[in-house]
Each structure stands twice: as C-alpha cells, then as structure tokens.
Design a protein around this ligand. Structure first.
Ligand code: NAD
Length: 353
C-alpha cells in the first residue's frame, strides 16, 4: 500500500487509505475554522462523512457543483459562503467539485482542501476552467492551486465502473500530452510514464483486486495531475476544452473518445512520445492500443453517442483552431475537422505502424 505525505512548493499532499481522518488536522493547519463543504448533487453519504470528519469545523454544505464550472453556480456558492460566514473551502468529489472549490476559494482568498473521488487530477493544478454564456475560459494562477489534497483511496472504492474507466483515461491524457509538451523535463517524462503505467495496471487489476487497483489508479491520477500542472497541453486538451465548453459534452467520456485520435494525429511528429506511451501501456502501437484497451473495458467509442453531431464538426474545428498553441504537429482546421469526423463515428485506428 502506498501511503505518504509531502509538501511540494506550497502544495501539501496526504496520500493513503483512511486519510479522511486527517481532515480536521489539515484544515487546522491552514487556520480554517468554518469550512464550506462542496460536492455535486446526490453525494449525501460522502458529504456526511466529510462533515463528520470536520468535527465541528463544517459551516455548511453547498451540493450544487456543475461540470465545467458555470459562473452562475459559483455565484450561488459564494452567496452560501457569505451566508454561513465560511473562512475556508473543503471540496469533496471529482474535478467538477474541485473546479467549483477553486473558483470560490480563489475569489474569497481562503484556504482550500480537496478530497478527490475521481482521477481528474485538477486538485494539484493551478488551472481553473469556467464557462459563461457557452464559452469556456481558462485561468492559470499559482493562487488557484488548492493548499492541501487529501487522497483517501477508500473514497474512490465506490466509483462506478464506467466513470472509473473514463476518468482514468482522462487522467492518462494529461500524461500523454506531457510527453510531447515543449516545457517537458526528465522529471515530467518520468512522472508521465509512471502515471500511464499505474493507471493501466489499476484498470487491469480492478476486477480481481479492487483495493490494490484503486491505490494504483489514484496514485497514477496524482502523477498525471502533476504533469498537467507542470507543462502546457496540446491538441487533445484544446479540442476537448472546446467540445466540453461549447457543446456541453461530458468531460471524461469526451477525453476517452478523443485521446486515441489526437494521439494518432500527433504520432508522426512525436514518435518518441508514442513509443514511451506504448511501453507504459504494454501495447505495440500507442493510439490503436489505447483505443482497443479502452473499448475492451466498455468505454464509449464515438462522439455521436455523447451528443455531438456531424453538423457541429465545422464550427468545432473553427473554434479549436482560433488561436495557435504549441503542438508537435501543426494544427490545421482541415486536420481537426477530419479528426472529429473519425471520432464522431468511432472509426477504428489501424494496427501497428
Ligand atoms: P465529475 O467530478 O463531474 O464526476 C463525475 C460523476 O461521478 C459526478 O456525477 C459525480 O458526482 C460522480 N462521482 C464522483 N466521484 C464519485 C465516487 N467516488 N463515487 C460515486 N460517484 C462519484 O467528473 P470529473 O471527470 O472528475 O471532473 C470533470 C471536471 O473537472 C470538468 O469540469 C473538467 O473541466 C474539470 N477538470 C479540471 C482540471 C483542471 O486542472 N482545471 C483537470 C481535470 C478536470
């Protein structure tokens, strides 16, 4: 069992099983006395455990977090924080809850503790994506990064299988793109390959050995989150950002469908990265191998099934190529439109190159 705690440049991490029991102590460390507890709807059992873990330091709950952090939801949570006189924020949930926690804690300038329950990785990044009037904008600021992350494997044990698979592939996407990011270093490469291997091992082991598998998955997600926070992302993340923010597609399933196609697009220009991904995954060809692996686990295969339509392709390709950004292979509108058409119908990616 992996269990550790560390302080890394202002980010404190406590990792283990049963670490929810450390919540009050960690909030005390940050000077929090009246925490606003955040969650998505219908996570009552989790919220009760968190409130109990706060032992009197819970000011109240806001359980209305919504994916892609719409600003009107943030405003409602801020009103709740004011009404309760909250002096800190505790986010318990996946990336949706963490996003709301970042938005609220950053605006109020109060301490933020996160208890992740998916593999999104947002809890260790200084990045906040918010949506307003159908557009998603991203802010990066070291002050956005939460103060303390308590990874408690036991909080992930009940994550439903479909969410587990898509969330783990979403996490892999951070590591994959870190392997061809312009700012990558030997350290980020090691974190990225370690993350992909841990996530793949976790997914393979889950049916037979759920406890050890969940440790691997959460550890892999932590490493992938560090990659996401350390280097800039390329085509895959920009495209998913557009499709999620402007077309309302669900975050992790969207990443799961798109990632193999984005890898296939970049593969000719990033052969070393693809070799590293293939080795970490234990497959011959990274894009095709990942697609087959995800599909063998029951992952969604096409964008049409997520609500994307052929009529949306041109607008999405236009939005995703509005501004240039670093990517191993030049990003063209036609190239992105072609990628989207393949992903729309779930075209199989070919065999070993
Ligand atoms: P999510 O937080 O929306 O969770 C998915 C669903 O699973 C929700 O209904 C949630 O209530 C439920 N759930 C979560 N954990 C559970 C558990 N342990 N047991 C049972 N149900 C559980 O999804 P996500 O994919 O984790 O997060 C997506 C959001 O995170 C998006 O808005 C995305 O933009 C953001 N994100 C941001 C960053 C960043 O660095 N800023 C990184 C990754 C993701």
């Amino acid at each position: 069992m992996r269990a550790f705690e560390c302080d890394d440049g202002g980010l404190r991490v406590v990792f283990g099983t049963g670490t929810l029991g450390r919540l009050r102590e960690e909030l005390d460390r940050l000077g929090g006395r009246r925490a606003l507890v955040l969650s998505t709807p219908r996570r009552g059992e989790l919220v009760s455990r968190v409130v109990a873990g706060l032992g009197g330091a819970a000011a109240g709950v806001f359980d209305g977090a919504v994916m892609h952090t719409p600003v009107e939801v943030t405003e409602a949570a801020l009103a709740r924080a004011a009404e309760l006189g909250a002096d800190s924020v505790v986010s318990a949930g996946g990336g949706t809850t963490t996003g709301l926690g970042k938005a609220v804690a950053h605006r109020l300038g109060v301490p933020h503790v996160v208890l992740p329950t998916t593999y999104a990785g947002s809890e260790v990044t200084p990045v906040l994506g918010e949506t307003s009037e159908g557009r998603k904008t991203t802010t990066t600021d070291p002050a956005i990064r939460p103060d303390t992350v308590i990874y408690d494997v036991s909080l992930t044990m009940g994550l439903p299988w479909p969410v587990t698979v898509t969330s783990a592939v979403n996490s892999m996407a951070h590591a994959v793109e870190a392997l061809y990011a312009p700012g990558r270093t030997g350290a980020t490469d090691r974190m990225a390959t370690g993350s992909i291997a841990a996530l793949a091992t976790g997914l393979r082991r889950l049916p037979g050995d759920p406890e050890e598998a969940r440790v691997e998955l959460l550890y892999g997600a932590y490493l992938a989150g560090l990659c996401l926070g350390a280097v800039g992302m390329g085509l895959h993340h920009k495209l998913c950002h557009t499709l999620g923010g402007s077309f309302g597609l669900p975050h992790a399933p969207l990443h799961t469908v798109v990632l193999p196609y984005a890898m296939d697009y970049n593969a000719p220009a990033a052969p070393d990265a693809m070799r590293a991904v293939a080795d970490a995954l234990g497959v011959a060809d990274a894009p095709a191998g990942l697609q087959r692996f995800a599909r063998s686990l029951g992952a969604p295969a096409d964008l049409a099934g997520l609500g994307f339509a052929a009529a949306d392709v041109d607008r999405a390709a236009g939005l995703a190529t509005e501004r240039p950004y670093p990517n191993p292979r030049p990003v063209t509108r036609d190239g992105v439109a072609d990628l989207l058409r393949r992903a729309l119908t779930g075209q199989s990616i070919g065999g070993p190159r």
